[in-house]
Design a protein around this ligand. Structure first.
Ligand code: SF4
Length: 252
């Protein structure tokens, strides 16, 4: 039977969570009350890994999902396997509809995202946003790893907000919203949390600070904006603050 959280309960939960400071207490509260109707949705980046670690320490069953665009780095796929082994969990991979992919590729080609910002957004819609919407149909609580220090546009993100799936309201919670990059790295090192090897600097000191599809993500140089490596070919022409987003956090 499908259970959808009622609006009144959702507002009560929103208020309750807003009073909790400690991210681990937030996760405990969410998974205790909503079980598998709550999920950490992560691309395997640092904040998501901290949340998995905190949830594992809480000793409650917890659900972890990822949007598998079918274009992730091989290192990322391998990393998910390692995370599953470390924490004894299964990460649900939500993939795009094969028919949507076929239609998109036959009409626009495999590398349509290089053509224009509009086509990049279309590809992100097919490979990320639509699978996310499908996942949201099974959730009342969406737990994200977004943080305000990740980009200028993310500084206005809320710790808790109500968003809509196609059928019902969802509570979107970002327990680490105010953590800095330094705090996250410090916590990761202190607790020996698994890190995707792509986050380590290469021989030139270049590194990934944000990870997405292999075709659209590059390392950044020290001093560059954290999301400068996403859709890098747009950097010279696209100056809008929110253009370094795939739509997951803007169109849902
Ligand atoms: S990041 Fe690139 S390949 Fe991945 S969904 Fe977006 S446009 Fe498509």
């Amino acid at each position: 039977m499908t259970f959808h959280i009622q609006s009144a309960s959702l507002m009560q939960l929103k208020h309750k969570i807003s009073l909790i400071e400690n991210p681990q207490d937030i996760l405990f509260c969410l998974f205790k009350h909503y079980n598998d109707r709550a999920a950490i949705v992560t691309s395997g980046q640092l904040s998501g890994m901290v949340q998995i670690h905190l949830a594992a320490e809480s000793q409650l069953p917890f659900r972890v999902c990822t949007i598998d665009t079918l274009r992730l780095f091989p290192e990322t796929y391998k990393f998910f396997d390692q995370v599953e082994d470390r924490y004894g969990i299964e990460i649900e991979r939500i993939q795009p509809d094969p028919n949507d992919i076929d239609n998109m590729v036959s009409e626009h080609g495999e590398y349509l995202f290089f053509d224009s910002r509009t086509k990049q957004q279309f590809c992100c819609d097919v490979r990320k946003v639509r699978p996310m919407r499908k996942l949201l149909e099974s959730l009342d609580v969406w737990i994200t790893g977004t943080r305000r220090d990740q980009s200028e546009s993310r500084q206005k993100f809320q710790k808790i907000e109500v968003v809509s799936s196609e059928t019902h309201p969802i509570l979107k919670v970002s327990p680490l919203i105010d953590w800095s990059t330094e705090e996250v790295w410090s916590y990761v090192k202190k607790h020996d949390i698994p890190v995707n090897p792509l986050f380590q600097p290469d021989a030139n000191g270049h590194y990934f600070d944000s990870l997405g599809c292999m075709t659209c993500t590059t390392r950044i140089r020290p001093g560059e904006a954290k999301r400068a490596g996403r859709w890098r070919w747009q950097n010279a022409t696209d100056t809008e603050a929110d253009t370094k987003e795939c739509g997951l956090h803007y169109s849902i």
